[in-house]
Structure formats: C-alpha cells, structure tokens
Ligand binder design. Structure first.
Ligand SMILES: Cc1ncc(COP(=O)(O)O)c(C=O)c1O
Length: 345
C-alpha cells in the first residue's frame, strides 16, 4: 500500500437514526421523492449501460445556466467531481488550499490524488478567510476550493470577497467553488456561482442534486466551467458511473423545480426556527445558509452529542470542535431545542 493511503481514516458517514428519532447527521432532505421522480427513475433501463455523458440532462442544465452542454459535466455526486478535479491537477507535491474546518471529504480526496492539503483556518465566526487563503497560494498550489455555504459551519462567502479573490489568483490556478447548498442561501450578499460563469478561465462551480433536490441516494452532481478544464475531469472520471436512473430523475426534478423549491422554502423556515431557538438559549450559532446549523461547543462536544442522542437526535459531532445538526423534519425542532436546553445549562 502507499503509506499515505494505509494511514488514511475511512470516510465517516453520518450515524443512522435511533428508533423513533431523527437522522440529522448527513444534511439530507427530509422530504421523500416526488412520485414523478420515482416513476422516471424506475423507467430507466437497467440491463444496458447508461449514456456515459448524460446528454439530455446536460442540455437541460446548460440552458438553465446559459452555457453550452460542453461546459457542463455530470458526476456520481459532486464528491465524485471533486475527486476528478483533484486527480486531474494534483500530482506528487501538488498542493490544494482550502478552509478548515470544511467538508470532511476534502483531505482524503487530496491525499488519494497524491497531493498535499494546505488548510487555512476559518475566522472565528465560521467564515472563510479568503485573504489568508490567497496568501497560502504558492508555486506548488494546483487548486483552491471555496465551500459556500461552508459545511459544517454555515456562513456563505460574500460575492465581493470572492470576486476579489479571483482577481488576485493566477488565471491558470483551478478554483473550485463548491456550492452543494446553494439553493438554501438567503444572504443577499452571498456569492452565486451561476452569476460568475465564463468570467474567469479557471473557475468551476460544483452543485448537487443531493441536498435541495432530494436525490442523495441516486448520486448526481454537476460541474459548470470552461470546457477545457472540464475535459480534464472527464478524462479521469470512472466511466459510466452516473446511472440512467440518476440522469432521468435529475431531468424530472428540474422540470418540477417549483414544487421542490417550495420544499426548500420550508426547510429554510425550519432553519430560522432552529437558529433563533438555539440563540435564545445562549448558543453562539454562526450564520446558517445551508440546510444545517453549527454548534461551536469545543470541549463540550462529546457530552452534548450524548444528550442529543438521548433525545433521539442523531447529529454529526466533531470531537473537541462542535456539532453539525441538519435541518430535518419540523417535528425534530422541539426535540433538538429540548436537548440543547439540557447541555447548555
Ligand atoms: C460541501 C459539500 N460538497 C459536496 C458534497 C457532496 O455531495 P454529493 O456527493 O452528494 O453531491 C457535500 C455533501 O455533504 C458537501 O457538504
């Protein structure tokens, strides 16, 4: 084995729910799939391979974002796309700059690609420190990942800060703007990758059907960016990993945007209740722009996680740092706040 692979911790999935409890550990969508989506997915052929490039869904996405189909690339979840870009750019000694704490898959993906992570600490309020990230760029830097809103802390990067970062970076340094939670953002000052397409030759925006669109189990994400950059990801992709089911479900989901975004609105309302409730209890919850909230509990994390568990809430604890709680069923809010009232005491 490569020693760095043997030393790599396995990807830690969110714990399952306890019976009669709520699984708020993986930022999933609590709403079940629309009947039309289930129908479309089950109508897809299974004895033949899918179309490798998903031309119909790509055309739909291209139209939506005002780009060509060649500027859209599908992946089996946006995590697969992140992996492809890391493999495409890293090479031995290549560095990838990203904020920390952020999406827990980043370190492993960089290591597997043969690269080295350069983690830039978040500011105290859980925000990216983009100036420090730009300072961390060196000759060996191959990519920089900006996660907005940041998983697990919640704030979105501001549009003006992001544009200033892009202007500072060399045009041949890949910038991945990971917007897995874009549809939940309500901060008017937040960056919106969809408005920045084609402005820089090195910017790729990553989005997913897993969160707002409720298709986490089908594995479908997409990248939008310059064709030549996406071609590099296409070259390293495991062929045929985006299933026909996922492609058809994604197309139907887009056709039912109004209904699905109405659900997102409900999740955003629930998020407000959670944030306000936790702050009223005295917890210093950072701005929450995704479908999750961050409880910066430090040393009290493990103890608080036990209290949540005893109240039937399965969340994602990062020992010594904090707990991320996904926004789930409206009924989970009361339980969450009851548990928080116990561990905040
Ligand atoms: C910031 C971020 N990026 C990417 C992903 C990957 O999502 P998926 O592979 O389901 O599209 C996640 C999932 O939790 C995430 O939080």
């Amino acid at each position: 084995m490569r020693p760095e692979i043997a030393a790599l911790p396995a990807y830690r999935q969110g714990r399952p729910a306890v019976s009669d409890g709520y699984k708020l550990s993986s930022n999933e969508n609590p709403f079940g799939p629309l009947a039309a989506i289930v129908e479309a997915a089950s109508a897809a052929t299974v004895n033949r391979y899918p179309d490798a490039t998903g031309p119909e869904l790509r055309a739909q996405l291209a139209e939506r974002f005002g780009v060509t189909a060649e500027e859209v690339h599908l992946g089996a979840g946006s995590v697969a796309l992140l992996s492809q870009f890391m493999l495409a750019v890293c090479g031995p000694g290549g560095e990838v700059v990203y904020a920390w704490r952020s999406f827990e898959a980043y370190p492993g993906l960089v290591t597997v690609a043969g690269g080295r992570s350069v983690q830039v600490p978040l500011a105290a309020d859980g925000r990216h420190d983009l100036a420090a990230m730009a300072d961390a760029v060196a000759d060996a830097t191959r990519a920089i990942v900006v996660c907005s809103p940041n998983n697990p802390t919640g704030p979105a990067v501001r549009a003006d800060e992001f544009e200033a970062l892009m202007e500072r970076l060399p045009p041949d340094l890949l910038v991945l703007l990971d917007e897995a939670y874009a549809e939940f953002v309500r901060d008017p000052a937040a960056v919106d990758g969809a408005r920045l397409l084609r402005r820089w030759p090195n910017l790729v925006v990553l989005r997913t059907f897993s969160k707002a669109w409720g298709l986490a189990g089908l594995r479908l994400g997409y990248a939008i960016g310059p064709e030549a950059v996406l071609d590099a990801a296409r070259a390293v992709a495991v062929p045929l990993s985006v299933t026909g089911q996922a492609q058809r479900a994604g197309a139907v989901a887009l056709a039912h945007e109004d209904l699905l975004l109405e659900r997102v609105e409900h999740i955003v309302d629930t998020r407000s209740r959670v944030v306000e409730g936790l702050r009223a209890l005295g917890l210093d919850v950072p701005d929450a722009q995704g479908n999750f909230v961050w409880l910066p509990l430090g040393d009290r994390t493990a103890e608080a996680d036990d209290v949540l568990h005893a109240h039937g809430i399965t969340a994602r604890a990062f020992p010594g740092d904090g707990i991320r709680v996904s926004i789930g069923e409206p009924e989970s809010v009361e339980r969450l706040l009851a548990a928080a009232a116990v561990f905040i005491l």
